[in-house]
Design a protein. Structure first.
Length: 421
């Protein structure tokens, strides 16, 4: 029960995290788009104002003002008075002849001359200039060998833009917080149908397994009695094999259901090298009996945080799978190593599989998925549960498991964090 509650809580937290992350992405996209558009429009406005002023020698036109782009907002003479700007006239010797500072109060003629000198050295006809902590946009127009330079204080426009950005971010944060609170309060109700379906599935597996064990026991007993009376024959042997096969399937289903219900494993440092050696020794005789080559290479002293019994179960699953699907007279490789300059332990279990090019290795960890049974010598065929169990165990260890086919071999690679590195 504790394990089930823990699973529900983890699923609930994951649901909240994914939903909140999705909303955060949407908010950042919307706010970012608004801020980008506002910033672009502000610079376009600055460019249009500078163009109007520089084309009129730094003065507000006396007649109506229209820009060439009708899709953009039009300016009125009164509207131009809201901007803080000044103009400088420069002769062909780059000497300032006139400073028009009627529309700005914070810039003196001396400041205007100093800024003009900096621009003349730049030799750039438009851009931005930082002077005494204030950003000015400028534009230069050549006229009869002389220059008209208009400076526009960007502070007001950029302040509006920054204010909009801050407002958008604050509203976004408020919406995100409120959404997370509401989602947290109602998340249990939202995921209840999924949790109930999962619980019913596990209960069905457990109940069905118990119900099936009784008739299987009776069938097995009757089969044994038939062998005692009439002797063993191909029919009783086949019945015995199928009973064993169904019993193993039931036990695997129950193991998988219990594994997902139990609390989080207690992780302690365990000697992976020693456990791998013990498991390899238990499989050596089985593999050699079937005339397959078993190559074992295990580095000494490798330690990882895991549960010892569960790690043994993981290695047993993978080696049993490799033995089942190995080609006749093929090879099985079992390697446990820590690559140079790595902080991980890499466990690789591979087997010969000549027809593996067409396999979709991504499906291997799907529950009840099985490859071509011609490689399992009939009675040894699996049920597609073992690799699903292996994947779950590796996740509990906070590791990674992958499958790949290379050089005629099907390999499963488990990566665990090494302790002490």
């Amino acid at each position: 029960m504790l394990g089930g509650q823990g699973m529900i809580q983890r699923f609930r937290y994951k649901f909240i995290a994914i939903s909140t992350a999705a909303l955060l992405f949407v908010i950042l996209t919307i706010v970012g788009s608004i801020c980008t558009l506002t910033y672009y429009q502000s610079h376009q406005e600055i460019e249009r104002v500078l163009t109007i002023l520089v084309n009129n020698d730094g003065q507000i036109p006396r007649k109506g003002i229209r820009t060439t782009d009708n899709s953009q907002p039009q300016f009125s003479r009164e509207g131009l008075h809201q901007y803080r700007y000044f103009a400088v006239l420069v002769n062909n010797k780059n000497q300032v002849t006139e400073v028009q500072d009627d529309h700005i109060a914070t810039v003196t003629p001396q400041d205007a001359r100093a800024m003009t000198d900096r621009l003349i050295r730049r030799k750039v006809h438009s851009g931005q200039l930082l002077y005494q902590g204030v950003n000015y946009a400028y534009k230069i127009r050549n006229k009869d060998g002389e220059k008209v330079i208009v400076f526009l204080d960007e502070s007001l426009l950029m302040a509006r833009t920054r204010s909009l950005m801050h407002t958008g971010l604050i509203l976004g944060v408020i919406v995100l917080v409120l959404y997370t609170i509401v989602l947290t309060l109602y998340s249990r109700r939202a995921i209840r149908p999924i949790i109930e379906a999962e619980q019913r599935q596990k209960e069905f597996i457990t109940n069905a397994s118990h119900e099936l064990k009784t008739p299987l026991t009776v069938i097995s007993a009757n089969n044994e009695m038939q062998e005692i009376i009439n002797g063993e024959n191909e029919w009783t042997t086949s019945t015995k094999q199928q009973v064993t096969r169904l019993t193993k399937l039931i036990n695997n289903l129950v193991s998988l259901a219990r594994m997902q219900e139990r609390p989080t494993l207690t992780m302690v440092p365990v000697n992976v090298s020693q456990i791998a050696g013990d498991v390899a020794s238990s499989f050596k005789s089985v593999i050699s009996t079937e005339q397959k080559q078993f190559n074992v290479q295990i580095d000494e002293g490798l330690v990882a945080n895991a549960d010892e019994n569960t790690l043994r179960e993981l290695l047993n699953i993978l080696l049993d799978n490799a033995n089942k699907y190995c080609d006749p007279q093929g090879e099985i490789d079992f390697t446990v190593a820590s690559p140079n300059h790595s902080k991980n332990i890499v466990i690789t279990i591979a087997n010969s599989y000549k027809d593996g090019k067409s396999l979709d290795v991504k499906k291997f960890f799907n529950r009840f998925y099985r490859v071509d049974e011609s490689h399992t010598q009939g009675k040894k065929a699996g049920f597609g549960i073992g690799l699903s169990m292996a994947q779950y165990i590796v996740k509990q260890f906070k590791g990674k498991i992958t499958a790949k086919y290379t050089n005629g071999k099907l390999a499963f690679i488990v990566t665990l964090k090494e302790v002490g590195k």
